[in-house]
Write a protein that binds this ligand. Structure first.
Ligand code: NAD
Length: 480
């Protein structure tokens, strides 16, 4: 089996070891062996990115546009193949995998356009005769660290803006899913960027990720992953010499509020899609479903009915609605939380059992708890699997209070036909993203993505807001 190598300074290089990429739908299926970078590899990548920075940061916008567009075009042309690889390594269904691959292509095309749109401002000075100009410049070498649950879209929404605004990149994907990241890196490496502008170093977080964070030559870190890792990274970046700019996207415990006046069909679709699609492994998943008393029983019955019709099977099989959990350790975490929920007194109304399929994989029936309270651990801690809890609320006011009573604040949804409640919820929800009559998960790529409280730190990702992180502002005064 040939090894998928790291890409450092334009060269394809082996690492210190290899990671075997295993299909969670069939653990007998080894997708490939991927180089596991050492600290020395990470340092070489940082040096290559540092050397490439002066020229790339001053490169023309047409060149940047053309390179980014070439990446987007190739991803879109190969979306079916890339989506299949993604589903094979991560376990989301083929339709979800292809959708995610297409999203990555659209993101590169969006930032190809953004390269042509970067604007500054020219203002009068408070001092007569002077001009003031505000311009945006590249930040430097940026370290990008990504999680396993969106193996191509999250790398795309960090890499594309980083390169668009003239930064150079060292990128470390999640160890569990190097396949999509490698395929993306391979496309970028052939898209016309000068050597060293983009570097891929696969490997452990504690080795490669730590090297990025500790290097004085890395100016900024954009991280998506768990809260614990994010907090440690933040602590290191602000005490580093020099301090690093940081952007952290972390967990969620996203509420979906269902009011008495909701359209039941819409509410059921929002809940099932938001909580269980992509196997519930989305930071924006609806894990707390807060339902007012008048619709509660009908809603639970309808959701349970809908869950009975969902097929949990091999991610690549036609007809599968929910693929496997990503690996044994995530499955263990899901099972632990199922036990915690039962022990805390919630009722397991549906699912939660391990399932056997034709091939050995990490199959779990989507689990719905009822009679949960907002104080239970299953309502406060991120589970990151196909597990959701229904919490009963007496009315809208209590539902809103419960939805905001969380350490997180990424996405929050409401299902209602009332303009009054929808408007009030949009104004008063303490989340970065609010959804009315649509699932809490599922966003556009041309608008900002991010949360509040424990979910996020630093400027938003995506859309034109991405420039807040990936550029630094210069204020210039001229006396003509
Ligand atoms: P994780 O924190 O375990 O790992 C994320 C990345 O950090 C990986 O690449 C990992 O190798 C790296 N890493 C680990 N230790 C490190 C260290 N000491 N130094 C530097 N890098 C290190 O997270 P995960 O399990 O891959 O992903 C799941 C988590 O990601 C969930 O909590 C989920 O909510 C979160 N997530 C958040 C968003 C968002 O935008 N808010 C999106 C997707 C996933």
């Amino acid at each position: 089996m040939s090894i998928f190598q790291n890409i450092i300074g334009g060269e394809r290089v082996n690492g210190a070891g290899v990671t075997r990429n295993i299909n969670p739908s069939n653990t007998n299926d080894v997708i490939g062996e991927y180089a596991q970078g050492s600290r020395a590899d990470a340092d070489k990548a940082i040096a290559a990115a540092k050397a490439a920075f002066p020229a790339w940061s001053r490169s023309g916008i047409q060149q940047r546009h053309d390179c980014l567009k070439a990446v987007g075009d190739e991803i879109l042309a190969r979306k079916d193949e890339l989506g299949r690889l993604l589903s094979r390594e991560e376990g989301k269904t083929l339709a979800e995998g292809i959708g995610e691959a297409a999203r990555a292509g659209q993101i590169f095309q969006f930032f190809a356009g953004e390269a042509l749109r970067l604007a500054g401002e020219k203002l009068p000075s408070t001092r007569p005769g002077l001009d003031v100009e505000l311009t945006r410049e590249a930040v430097g070498v940026i370290g990008l660290i990504t999680p396993w649950n969106f193996p191509i879209a999250i790398p795309a929404w960090k890499i594309a803006p980083a390169l668009c605004y003239g930064n150079t990149v060292v990128f470390k994907p999640a160890d569990l899913v190097p396949g999509s990241a490698w395929a993306l890196a391979d496309i970028i490496a052939r898209a016309g960027f000068p050597a060293g502008v983009f570097n891929l170093v696969m490997g452990r977080g504690s080795v490669v990720g730590a090297a990025f964070i500790e290097s004085k030559d890395v100016a900024a870190i954009s991280f998506t992953g768990s809260v614990g890792t994010g907090r440690n990274i933040a602590a290191q970046c602000v005490t580093a010499q020099p301090m690093k700019k940081i952007q952290l996207e972390m967990g969620g415990k996203n509420p979906l509020v269902v009011l008495d006046d909701a359209d039941l069909k819409t509410a059921v679709e929002c809940a099932v899609n938001g909580a269980f699609f992509s196997t519930g492994q989305r930071c924006t998943a609806s894990s707390r479903i807060i339902v007012t008393a008048g619709i509660h029983d009908a809603f639970v019955a309808a959701v349970t009915d809908r869950l009975k019709g969902l097929v949990v099977d091999d991610a690549l099989k036609a007809g599968t609605h929910i693929g496997p959990v990503v690996d044994q350790s995530q499955l263990d975490q899901d099972m632990d939380y199922l036990a915690v929920g039962a022990k805390e007194g919630a009722t397991l109304a549906y699912g939660g059992e391990r399932l056997k399929r034709e091939t050995p994989g990490f199959y779990l029936a989507p689990a719905l708890f009822t009679n949960a309270t907002n104080q239970m651990r299953i309502s406060r801690e991120e589970i990151f699997g196909p597990v959701a809890s229904v919490i009963r609320a007496k009315d809208y006011d209590e539902a809103l209070a419960l939805s905001n009573d969380t350490d997180f604040g990424l996405s929050a949804g409401i299902c209602t036909t009332s303009l009054k409640y929808a408007s009030h919820f949009k104004r008063n929800s303490e989340a970065g993203m609010v959804m009315v009559n649509v699932p809490t998960a599922g966003v556009d790529y041309h608008v900002p993505f991010g949360g509040r409280k424990g979910s996020s730190y630093g400027p938003r990702e995506q859309g034109s807001y991405a420039k807040e992180f990936y550029t630094t502002v210069k204020t210039a005064y001229t006396l003509p």
